[in-house]
Design a protein around this ligand. Structure first.
Ligand SMILES: Cc1cc2nc3c(=O)[nH]c(=O)nc-3n(C[C@H](O)[C@H](O)[C@H](O)COP(=O)(O)OP(=O)(O)OC[C@H]3O[C@@H](n4cnc5c(N)ncnc54)[C@H](O)[C@@H]3O)c2cc1C
Length: 458
């Protein structure tokens, strides 16, 4: 194995290779709880595609597994190291290469953080919509590899909807350039979209061409307070049925509101059982009309109070509360974050079942999520030092997925399968789909070296 390290040393500049165990420690994990992680043989901090290619070739020759990593903000263990693997971190490939206002695309390296890219294109009057709550600390490469969603996906879709083209280092070290820079293009299989969401198991993304939209108008923001989550769920149903076009529709329950207040010293209303936050970026009178419609629908469906943000700063503060919600819940104890999406027509029922589950197992479940697209993050909070609570927490985590599937949903709306949910994949997709997964993996990575054991159990 020291031979592999020696070979890496010969082809990489010194700053691109880490073998010191203390430094490698921080490259072992992403942010998921309870996922195993090994100790890498080496960490490659690639600065350019050639570094990735050289490391992959050495790994392929020696039969050493490779784990690609972005910013390690993932919540499924997908970026966790394996014992004796080579971690290839893309975080230093952090340059935006071109912004094209007329053709409306950006060409970027994968290590650029989502928020950095969003702000850079905004300076050109352009908009990159996928906006995970983690946008300040997750990379575009990670977003592509998990097909990230976010807060404004209810109107604008998810990462895959913005992918035009990719440069990908394949398992044998060849470079695949796939996709287009044009608005349309149907030449061959859509390989770029095959790579999207593949969690580093089919190739390593070293460059991406992403579609942009013209900047949206400044959003108008409102919040509605409800006695409980089910009432909020019913209001969501009516909002969607009405056809009003919102750019954001999020939910937080009382547990989450209290956690955010404690974490951020905010003053969100703790008397409410649930709070909806809605935004319209339609602009001018249209935006005002959207917000008024939502307020009316909320009141008609039992809202205790509707509050419209007085200015952009107040709107941004409400959103900031939602963005930090998961981190705030983490401060309350050990957390297990689910990521179930259900058809929106079943959302109220889902929230009701979560409340019942929490009571039945006597365990705290913070309910929050992207209500407008039915993607919820029920977060089990518990004391890990109490074995009985830990057992009930695990049961709650599994039952949330069970309920989601029962309601016609999916085990993961945006965080991915990784290690955390690989045992559940078969439940959702069935044996034929699993066979197709394996056939694709085998075609692109016959030696099973790229992030082995992630998504599909070996
Ligand atoms: C507080 C918090 C809030 C979050 N909110 C959201 C949210 O709203 N929406 C959402 O979708 N996610 C959310 N996430 C999850 C996470 O931020 C996303 O999954 C994100 O896309 C991961 O990006 P990353 O750069 O951290 O990737 P990593 O965690 O480093 O890696 C994720 C996966 O991508 C692979 N990978 C990374 N880069 C590459 C590459 N260049 N080529 C090939 N494979 C690669 C890794 O192998 C791994 O499988 C949240 C996480 C936290 C901690």
């Amino acid at each position: 194995m020291s031979e592999v390290v020696e070979q890496l040393r010969q082809v990489l500049p010194p700053e691109a290779l880490v073998t010191d165990p203390d430094r490698m420690e921080s490259y072992r994990y992403d942010r998921a709880m309870f996922c195993p992680a090994g100790m890498p043989l080496a960490v490659v901090l690639a600065r350019e595609t050639a570094h990735v290619q050289a490391a992959v070739r050495i790994a392929a020759e020696a039969g050493v597994p490779i784990v690609p990593q972005g910013a390690r903000s993932g919540l499924s263990g997908a970026a966790n190291a394996l014992d004796g693997c080579i971690v290839i971190s893309l975080e230093k490939m952090d340059k935006i290469l071109a912004i094209e206002p007329v053709d409306r695309y950006v060409v970027t390296q994968p290590g650029v953080y989502n928020a950095v890219l969003s702000r850079a294109v905004a300076e050109h009057g352009l908009f990159y919509p996928p906006d995970p709550s983690s946008w300040e600390f997750c990379s575009i490469g990670g977003n592509l590899s998990t097909n990230s969603g976010g807060l404004c996906c209810v109107k604008y879709g998810v990462t895959t909807d913005y992918v035009l083209g990719l440069e990908v280092v394949l398992a044998d070290g060849r470079i695949l350039r796939t996709g287009r820079k044009t608005v349309k293009g149907v030449a061959g299989y859509d390989l770029a979209k095959l790579i999207v969401g593949s969690e580093g198991t089919l190739g390593i993304i070293t460059e991406a061409t992403l579609a942009l939209r013209p900047a949206a108008a400044k959003p108008r923001t409102m919040a509605a307070l409800f006695a409980d989550g089910v009432e909020a769920g019913n209001a969501i149903l009516e909002i969607i049925r009405s056809g009003v076009s919102l750019s954001l529709l999020e939910i937080m329950d009382r547990t989450t509101i209290q956690a955010v207040n404690k974490y951020k010293r905010m003053d969100l209303p703790e008397e409410a059982g649930a709070m909806l936050i809605a935004q319209s970026d339609a602009g001018g009178e249209a935006g005002a009309a959207d917000v008024a419609t939502v307020a009316k629908l909320c009141r008609d469906n039992g809202a205790l109070e509707c509050i419209e943000a007085e200015d952009d700063a107040e709107g941004e503060l409400l959103l900031e509360g939602r963005r930090v919600a998961l981190t705030a819940l983490e401060e309350l104890g050990t957390t297990m974050i689910d990521d179930v999406a259900v058809p929106r027509s079943r959302l109220a029922e889902f929230i009701g079942r979560l409340e019942q589950l929490s009571a039945e197992l006597d365990i705290t479940i913070g309910v929050l999520g992207h209500a407008g697209d039915g993607n919820m993050h029920p977060t089990v909070v518990f004391d890990q030092t109490d074995p009985d609570q830990a057992k009930r927490a695990q049961e709650a985590f599994d039952r949330v997925m069970e309920i989601g599937l029962e309601l016609g949903g999916t085990i993961t709306g945006e965080h991915g399968v990784g290690v955390l949910k690989r045992a559940w994949l078969a439940e959702e997709v069935g044996p034929v789909s699993l066979d197709v997964h394996r056939a694709i993996k085998n075609a692109l990575d016959p030696k099973n070296l790229l992030n082995p054991g992630k998504i599909v159990a070996e």
